[in-house]
Design a protein around this ligand. Structure first.
Ligand SMILES: Nc1ncnc2c1ncn2[C@@H]1O[C@H](COP(=O)(O)OP(=O)(O)OP(=O)(O)O)[C@@H](O)[C@H]1O
Ligand SMILES: Nc1nc2c(c(=O)[nH]1)N=C(CO)CN2
Length: 364
């Protein structure tokens, strides 16, 4: 599938929206942009409206929500619109909505203020995979941060009474920009934190891992590696990509095709702690390193770790080769159609990768 998008830009509406009293009684203009990601191949070929999502229907949906509901924050409106758009049609894989508030009550002259929310279908809480981490967010983001930070550094995660938590999901919250902004932490401070790759995370962070296998029963090995991640302490598996059959990139000739998958996790492990876990899982699956890029029962690479850039003797993040490997990028984009790597859409990077045509999706 290509990188297909329907865009509706500059939809002009007015609404009662804002935190200030004056905004609760007088409507003000809003401008809304919406971007929908879906496969437009059949519409492009059939020229039939039934094969696509009508932008007019999207405009009506947005207008209904803006008119019928009241929000204090443009974040909340953008979130509601994004989720509603994705749920309005099963073919929409992801959506992004920007809400501009050009007459926001600021004392300074300004051009525009806006918020953009990106969501994939799996993030709109229809997916059970995301529900457990999201349910646990409040404990971490509503005032327990300081205790969490100190206790997470060198002791197992504990609850309020100091009892060790037994379920891996119980202590992990959803990490996103809004939560950090609310706490006065921006991405830069999070990135700084990981400049010491041995420091465990103060926040549960998202990390993307790439799995590959071309020796033994690769299908079973990848399934077992995902299980090992699910069972690992301090890790919650959030999403798992479909499996790809891929031609070997580099390494000796006449290797078998690989099976590749990508997994998104949330973790409080340090970057080096996560690398140790990845290497333990490789070792448990009889990984023997013989040749660079040679056949392997299991390879587990860390592709990203929050927004960190890490360059230690053992670990480079983002993984230095990931941006050019369709065998990583394509499964990642199937799992998360709006994923970014170093600011670039993963789907675009995949299309530019030399091995793009050598990747076959095996599952829906
Ligand atoms: N992001 C990363 N993820 C995993 N290993 C990494 C990463 N960055 C550096 N390394 C280091 O790379 C070393 C070699 O890893 P490995 O044997 O898996 O390489 P490879 O699979 O042959 O090649 P590639 O790293 O290109 O996939 C590991 O011992 C590890 O310390
Ligand atoms: N198709 C494919 N090619 C590779 C892979 C892999 O996982 N899939 N891993 C490599 C080294 O990690 C080298 N080459």
């Amino acid at each position: 599938m290509g990188y297909d998008v329907i865009r509706l830009n500059g939809l002009q509406l007015s609404a009662l929206i804002g935190v200030l009293d004056q905004e609760k009684t007088a409507a003000q203009p809003l401008v809304i942009d919406a971007e929908l990601r879906l496969d437009l191949t059949s519409a492009g070929q059939s020229d039939d409206l039934d094969d696509t999502v009508s932008y007019a229907a999207v405009a009506d949906l947005i207008e209904d929500i803006v008119t019928d509901r009241r929000f204090a924050l443009i974040e909340a409106l953008a979130e509601t619109l994004t989720t509603a758009i994705i749920r309005s049609d099963a073919r929409i894989e992801a959506a992004a909505v920007t809400v501009h508030k050009p007459q926001a009550p600021l004392t300074q002259a300004f051009d525009d203020v806006s918020v953009t929310i990106h969501r994939t279908r799996s993030e709109t809480s229809e997916s059970p995979a995301l529900e457990s981490p999201r349910q646990t967010v409040s404990g971490i983001y509503e005032g327990e941060l300081v205790e969490d930070q100190t206790s997470s550094v060198d002791s197992p995660l504990t609850d309020d009474e100091g009892v060790t938590l037994t379920t891996p999901t119980a202590h992990l919250g959803h990490y996103d920009r809004t939560s950090l902004a609310e706490l006065g932490h921006d991405d830069a401070s999070v990135t700084d934190h990981y400049r010491d790759p041995d420091l465990p995370a103060a926040f549960p962070v998202r990390s993307v891992l790439a799995l590959g296998s071309n020796l033994g029963d690769s299908w079973a090995t990848l399934a077992s590696a995902v299980r090992a991640l699910e069972e690992a302490e301090d890790v919650v598996v959030v999403k798992v990509s479909p499996t790809a059959r891929t031609k070997p990139v580099g390494g000796p000739a006449h290797q078998r095709d690989f099976l590749n998958r990508v997994v998104e996790i949330e973790t409080r492990l340090s970057p080096h702690g996560l690398l140790d876990l990845a290497q333990r899982i490789e070792a448990d699956h009889n990984r023997v390193r013989e040749q660079r890029h040679g056949p392997r029962t299991l390879d587990v690479d860390i592709v990203t770790f929050a927004s960190a850039t890490i360059d230690s003797s053992r670990l480079q993040v983002p993984h230095p080769s990931a941006a050019g490997r369709a065998f990583v990028l394509l499964p990642w984009s199937w799992m998360d159609p709006v994923a970014l790597l170093s600011g670039r859409p993963v789907r675009e990077l995949a299309q530019e990768a030399e091995d793009y045509d050598d990747v076959v999706r095996l599952e829906t």
